[in-house]
Design a protein around this ligand. Structure first.
Ligand SMILES: [Zn+2]
Length: 298
């Protein structure tokens, strides 16, 4: 009810976005000038370079034909579902006539969940890989057809798991694994892995490398944080998406899982919502045709 009252009009949603986008007042995207007048259509007309911009231009909401209120309701719904949502669930919750719209929105919002300002993990980080998708569970090898390899990076926070990062990779070669670690973990951090040769050169990249087990085929759980994240991820994919994850969409699901996982202890749903809107405003508009060429999953 509080949410409905807070965003009871387009105007209220616009003002919320305005404050997130221009916390210190209007700034022209062309010339950085800080003065503008508002046109009848609600556009901001820069008094210096005379370009016009809308409050949603350059955000995920750019060119949307649907009311912002509906977008806000979508974000509220998504942040309130503890385990994640399906396009069908979102379509029903919003009363959207078109499944495709719900599907596209969900994918755009998943991108907004993690992409901007991804800071890297630091301190002590466990790194391991896991296979996602496919039918049969595989013995832990380093190559399995039909399955996607995901690098799991979990920061240690006392006895528990701190923040995580997930990265889809082509294979378990040093080249792929090093790129994933470099993108997600601050140099200088301690990285714990098994004895797989793909991790052999981490010291050269500026990490303190601790090998916790020499034989990478022994099933002993010496990387408990990474392994726990792997099993939670698989359970989540199975529960929320019935395990029917297309390889081309996996990146989005990994982003959503990461967003939720890293904020799992957030006691205030409102904060999660705030973060999501903030990130949706911060990223470039996502063109629907860039969301992958597959048909939406049903
Ligand atoms: Zn200007």
């Amino acid at each position: 009810m509080e949410f409905e009252q807070r965003f009871s009009s387009e105007q209220a949603c616009c003002e919320y976005i305005y404050k997130l986008r221009w916390p210190n007042g209007f700034k022209c995207p062309q010339c950085q000038h800080q003065e503008a007048w508002q046109t009848e259509r609600g556009l901001y007309h820069c008094t210096k370079c005379h370009c016009q911009t809308s409050v949603t231009a350059g955000t995920i909401f750019q060119d949307t034909k649907k009311p912002l209120q509906l977008w806000f309701r979508a974000m509220w719904y998504i942040t309130n579902q503890k385990h994640g949502v399906s396009a069908l669930g979102l379509q029903k919750a919003l009363g959207l006539g078109c499944y495709q719209t719900a599907w596209t929105w969900l994918h755009k919002l998943r991108v907004a969940m993690v992409r901007p300002g991804r800071d890297r993990l630091s301190g002590i980080v466990e790194v391991d890989e896991t296979y996602v998708g496919g039918k049969k569970p595989v013995y832990r090898g380093r190559g399995a057809a039909g399955k996607t390899l995901v690098v799991i990076m979990a920061q240690e926070d006392g006895n528990r798991i701190g923040r995580i990062r997930l990265r889809q990779v082509h294979d378990a070669t040093a080249q792929s694994l090093e790129a994933a670690v470099k993108a997600c973990v601050e140099p200088g951090s301690t990285v714990r892995t098994d004895g797989w040769s793909g991790y052999g050169k981490l010291e050269c990249l500026g990490y303190v490398h601790k090998v916790v087990r020499k034989d990478y085929n022994i099933g002993e759980n010496l990387l408990p944080l990474a392994n726990r994240v792997a099993s939670l991820l698989k359970r989540w994919l199975l529960g929320t998406h019935q395990g029917a994850v297309r390889r081309s969409h996996l990146e989005y699901y990994l982003d959503e899982f990461t967003f939720r996982f890293n904020r799992r202890t957030s006691r205030f749903r409102g904060k999660l919502f705030y973060r999501l809107v903030q990130q949706a405003v911060a990223i470039d508009p996502i063109i629907s045709k860039n969301i992958g060429h597959d048909q939406p999953e049903t």
